[in-house]
Design a protein around this ligand. Structure first.
Ligand SMILES: Cc1cc2nc3c(=O)[nH]c(=O)nc-3n(C[C@H](O)[C@H](O)[C@H](O)COP(=O)(O)OP(=O)(O)OC[C@H]3O[C@@H](n4cnc5c(N)ncnc54)[C@H](O)[C@@H]3O)c2cc1C
Length: 512
């Protein structure tokens, strides 16, 4: 790829509110964009402009629970293949960066409340979900042991704040003393203050298009037509990144990203014992599990839903409100019923077709892409910032090259495996959402129903790349989505011309 180093001949006119030139223009003011800007300012690379609307409507970072989770996010898939293990270890490295990151931000915090709201997590196993909870709970323990991280099994009744309805109580729980959470909105505000203090320019606008030729990107055009010439343009606009890149570089084999619309709420506790740690289930059907995250100041974050949708929006589904409110009261704390909701959080996770991030130089000179972080991008942002800053400066990166944006989709499963996973997730979602079937209908009939749906979807798609359960669900339920998935996969010669499934490192392997 091009771009060994940033051009350094562009001069930034100090004091100019809307500069005509900058060394680096970062599009996007979410966690990825702001942490990168902070790293670049720290390294004194020249002028840095961040463009992004202050409301951050539809953005993921402003809605995040910001759990700093590695092991809490582990599933049966996490360590099964080399690629997934590499992704997991990216998160592990990111975890180590947070103490220093928080020290840097501390003096810029917008209030007296600590940015780190807790340093520990409890993982609960109840029977409201399905078999997926059980196997993911076991996978968490297995991963903790493999990586020799501290944990212990505790009596769920001893978890501070945890008072579920008795029929939904957990019978097992793990204590993870080193996985906590930060106040996402506080961290974003602190970063902005630190950036302003350090001389970065933050523009409360959007970029309409990238400006350049077939070979290079030279500028960005803002929504009001103002042009900023840039040595390097970094697109870190979350779910909007793909469409922005396509304003200058529209090729069929650019991996699609899908909005993972998520909903959560922040509520003020009105009574009862507060939570002092993250309390969460393992990752569940198509989503990140039910969790509560202490926010400080008597506030608690209850999250989160995830559904892949065709159109980016900031709407909240009534079904999601019902789901989250009911199950928070039922599975976490009965007293949540009288909490006062102070903020509705809706955002779109950037979900790539193969589930892995897109981080690296694009074929056009001067254009860099960082997105696709799905459900742990807040956690990974400081590490990704360090990696990208290195690459912008022509130094060696610190993450694996498999995340290059123009790659073929990474393959980690066979179609048979994908269908099995889809069935498992669908059953988990069925039970978790309290769906009802006729009393005489058995679980094996439900299983057959979902298996048939998955098989039919593959027949209709006509592709042999094995999709993750969430993408298969999306393609199954959405005609436009199915076309988009199929069009992209067919862009590779012979449909199947994608990376071979990566080697299995444990368990039954990637060739099932
Ligand atoms: C409900 C929910 C809960 C989550 N919980 C966690 C968690 O506990 N831990 C964790 O690590 N991660 C979590 N995530 C995932 C995490 O939030 C994302 O992976 C990460 O924040 C993505 O950051 P980003 O900067 O790439 O994108 P975003 O945060 O989406 O930021 C992109 C920014 O670009 C701006 N933008 C868009 N278009 C333009 C344009 N044309 N011009 C300029 N700016 C533009 C947007 O306004 C937005 O602010 C969660 C996500 C959701 C939705």
């Amino acid at each position: 790829m091009s771009n060994p180093t940033m051009k350094s001949d562009l001069v930034f006119a100090a004091g100019t509110k809307r500069p005509a030139k900058a060394n680096v223009v970062i599009i996007g003011n979410g966690a990825l964009g702001l942490f990168l800007a902070d790293e670049l300012i720290e390294r004194q690379v020249g002028s840095v402009v961040v463009v992004g609307p202050s409301h951050r409507d539809t953005g993921a970072s402003q809605a995040a629970g910001a759990m700093l989770g590695c092991f809490g996010e582990t599933t049966t898939e996490t360590l099964r293949t080399d690629a997934a293990r590499t992704r997991f270890e990216l998160g592990l490295s990111a975890h180590d960066k947070w103490p220093e990151t928080l020290r840097r931000l501390d003096e810029f915090a917008p209030s007296d409340r600590p940015l780190q709201t807790t340093t520990e997590s409890h993982i609960i196993l109840n029977s409201v979900g399905a078999e997926l909870d059980t196997v993911n709970f076991a996978a968490i323990i297995d991963a903790l042991d493999q990586y020799e991280r501290p944990w212990k099994e505790v009596d769920p009744a001893d978890i501070p704040g945890y008072h579920p309805r008795t029929e939904s109580r957990a019978l097992r729980a793990l204590h993870l003393p080193t996985e906590g959470a930060v106040d996402a909105r506080g961290v974003l505000a602190s970063l902005e203050r630190r950036l302003r203090h350090g001389g970065a320019i933050l523009l409360d606008q959007t970029v309409r298009r990238l400006v350049g030729s077939d070979e290079e990107v030279t500028a960005v055009e803002l929504d009001d037509g103002h042009l900023i010439e840039a040595g390097t343009v970094v697109v870190a606009a979350g779910i909007h990144s793909e469409s922005l890149v396509r304003t200058v570089f529209d090729v069929p084999d650019l991996m699609p990203t899908f909005p993972g619309l998520g909903f959560a709420m922040i509520a003020k506790r009105t009574g009862g014992e507060p939570f002092t740690s993250v309390v969460r289930t393992p990752n569940r059907g198509f989503a990140c599990g039910l969790h509560v995250v202490p926010q400080g100041g008597g506030l608690e974050y209850y999250g989160a839903t995830n559904r892949l949708v065709h159109t980016v929006s900031s709407v909240t589904w009534m079904a999601d409100v019902r789901f989250l409110a009911q199950y928070s009261m039922q599975q976490l704390d009965e007293r949540a019923a009288t909490h006062e909701v102070t903020k509705w959080c809706t955002g779109n996770r950037p979900v790539t077709l193969d589930g892995f991030p897109l981080v690296g130089w694009m074929p056009l000179s001067g254009l860099y892409l960082m997105t696709g972080t799905y459900r742990d991008g807040f956690h990974c942002a400081p590490l990704l910032a360090e990696h990208v800053a290195n690459e912008l400066q022509g130094k060696s990166g610190i993450i694996d090259s498999i995340f290059q944006p123009m790659r073929k989709p990474v393959a980690t499963r066979t179609v048979e495996w994908s269908i099995d996973e889809y069935v498992t997730h669908s059953l988990a979602a069925w039970f978790e959402t309290g769906a009802q079937a006729a009393p005489q209908m058995t679980t094996s009939q439900l299983t057959d129903y979902y298996r048939n749906l998955a098989v039919q979807t593959y027949e209709q798609l006509g592709v042999d790349y094995a999709l993750g359960p969430d993408i298969l669900w999306y393609a199954q339920g959405n005609l436009h989505g199915a076309r988009r998935v199929a069009r992209y996969l067919r862009a590779f010669k012979g449909d199947g011309d994608v990376a071979e499934p990566t080697g299995a490192t444990t368990g039954t392997g990637g060739t099932r």
